[in-house]
Design a protein around this ligand. Structure first.
Ligand code: SF4
Length: 146
């Protein structure tokens, strides 16, 4: 995406999204993910993560880096980024904010919104700067950046 006056370059936006993720990691919120990947099965949980544009851009770049040009299809209702061969996230290092804050009960449960509201606001600001129109479901958000 070309840089325009008042709008950050894609690289600057991605850097800022990564900073938000790093700041989240630095929070003293204790969770113990056991990689059960239940939270990655949208059909089971009834919940699909919503991504702001910066998150979607980062996730799309990470997916392209795996050599894929489109979102894999998962007829079982799992996240398209969940690898059925090994039950691992294809873009784990660049997974969206919702995947970093929504934990299953066994892992300690999801973060309270108030614990991370400042970081959500920063992602919303990046979304606005990139000309996004607010959070979209993971498949729609990432597909539109591929
Ligand atoms: S992006 Fe990765 S961590 Fe998030 S739901 Fe999909 S497979 Fe799970």
């Amino acid at each position: 995406m070309p840089a325009r006056a008042g709008r950050p370059s894609a690289a600057a936006a991605l850097d800022e999204v990564r900073r938000v993720y790093r700041d989240l990691d630095a929070r003293p919120v204790e969770r113990h993910c056991e990689l059960r990947t239940q939270c990655c099965h949208f059909k089971l949980t009834g919940k699909t993560p919503h991504l702001t544009r910066g998150e979607a851009l980062l996730a799309a770049r990470a997916l392209k880096a795996t050599g894929r040009k489109s979102l894999p299809s998962r007829p079982n209702g799992a996240c398209p980024l969940l690898d059925p061969q090994n039950s691992r996230c294809l873009i784990y290092e660049d997974r969206p904010f919702g995947c970093r804050t929504h934990f299953c009960a066994a892992a300690g449960g999801p973060y309270a919104r108030r614990e991370v509201i400042d970081l959500i606001r920063r992602l919303e600001e990046i979304d606005e700067q990139l000309g996004g129109d607010g959070p979209r479901t993971l498949p729609a958000a990432i597909s539109s950046e591929l």
